[in-house]
Design a protein. Structure first.
Ligand SMILES: Cc1cc2nc3c(=O)[nH]c(=O)nc-3n(C[C@H](O)[C@H](O)[C@H](O)COP(=O)(O)OP(=O)(O)OC[C@H]3O[C@@H](n4cnc5c(N)ncnc54)[C@H](O)[C@@H]3O)c2cc1C
Ligand code: FES
Length: 283
């Protein structure tokens, strides 16, 4: 670890760690230095247990940054060994984290911001929404989840602005994908900026909508991470570039996790098409 990364190592203390649903937990950490430095869209690498096992820290977005209380909040879904171990951490225990990491969202001069979140991807959007409203901007949230139980922070968003909710099973809101209310909204109104986080199919749909509408959009990407600080190249992702190939790889942990929608490539450019659209034409 480089010296500048080592400076981001912090011992935090668990304030609360409780289930919101059987497999989704809300973790609150006392972390004054992190809360003072972090910005929405950044993430932390969490050492889920002291000792050697598991060795790798796990990446989690900052759901809320409370500078006054010196606290940060994380919402995490239990999907494997690391997140399962994390559920056992109790109030008062210490947790070592590395952060804040990554670039975070850039709200620019946007006055009306659309936040589009799918499933656990809703988590980092609340911090962005809170900052936006504190700065006197307006927000509209589009939240989608499998079922109503997984619609994170709906009430918190409703305190900040207009909210549209959809679920896969129709248990809360319309039975639809979250791109649907966004498209409906954009038929009559304009957004200055869209911030999106969620599963890849949702991000692809967002990119397509933003491209078609000519709306600026930033997407928070998720890749499997080893180090979280740009050293292992495990999180490389292709983005458009002025190179012979038309793309370069960037590190989601270090160059992202937030990228402009118009630069991300969810599939690599077709090599044959780039050579003039005909393969096998040269001897
Ligand atoms: C920038 C970023 C922010 C994230 N924010 C959140 C969040 O706010 N809430 C949340 O529930 N989840 C979030 N994730 C996903 C979360 O990191 C994984 O679910 C978690 O690492 C799984 O760990 P595990 O040990 O339980 O699972 P395992 O599958 O046992 O993990 C094995 C290894 O793979 C890595 N890994 C597994 N899944 C992912 C994944 N989806 N992304 C990155 N690494 C992964 C683990 O870190 C670990 O090193 C985020 C991921 C990234 C990259
Ligand atoms: S996780 Fe190691 S370079 Fe990104």
């Amino acid at each position: 670890m480089l010296r500048e990364d080592a400076r981001k190592l912090q011992l935090t203390s668990v304030v609360d760690n409780r289930p919101l649903t059987p497999d989704v937990y809300h973790l609150i950490l006392k972390a004054p230095k992190l809360a003072a430095e972090a910005k929405p869209g950044q993430f932390v690498m969490v050492k889920v247990a002291p000792g050697l096992e598991p060795t790798l820290r796990r990446p989690f977005s900052l759901h809320r940054i409370d500078r006054e209380m010196g606290q940060v909040e994380i919402i995490y879904q239990v999907v494997g060994r690391g997140t399962d171990i994390l559920t056992a951490r109790r109030a008062g225990e210490g947790i070592e984290i590395l952060g804040p990491l990554g670039n975070g969202f850039c709200l620019q001069e946007a006055k009306l911001i659309g936040l589009v979140g799918g499933g656990m991807g809703i988590a980092p959007l609340l911090a962005a929404a809170e900052q936006a409203v504190q700065e006197g901007r307006e927000i509209v949230a589009f939240l989608g989840a499998r079922t109503g139980d997984y619609l994170l922070a709906q009430e918190e968003f409703e305190r900040l602005g207009q909210v549209f909710v959809v679920t896969d099973d129709g248990s809360v809101g319309e039975k639809a994908l979250v791109s649907k209310p966004l498209q409906d909204y954009l038929q009559t109104k304009q957004l200055d900026l869209i911030l999106g986080c969620g599963p890849t199919p949702m991000l692809k749909a967002l990119k397509s909508i933003a491209d078609t509408q000519g709306t600026l959009a930033q997407l928070s990407l998720e890749q499997r991470m080893g180090c979280g600080v740009g050293a292992c190249l495990g999180c490389a992702f292709p983005v458009k570039a002025n190179t012979p190939e038309g793309y370069i790889y960037k590190r989601v942990c270090y160059d992202g996790p937030v990228f402009w929608a118009h630069e991300v490539l969810f599939s690599l450019p077709n090599e044959a098409a780039k050579q003039g659209g005909c393969s096998g034409g040269q001897s």
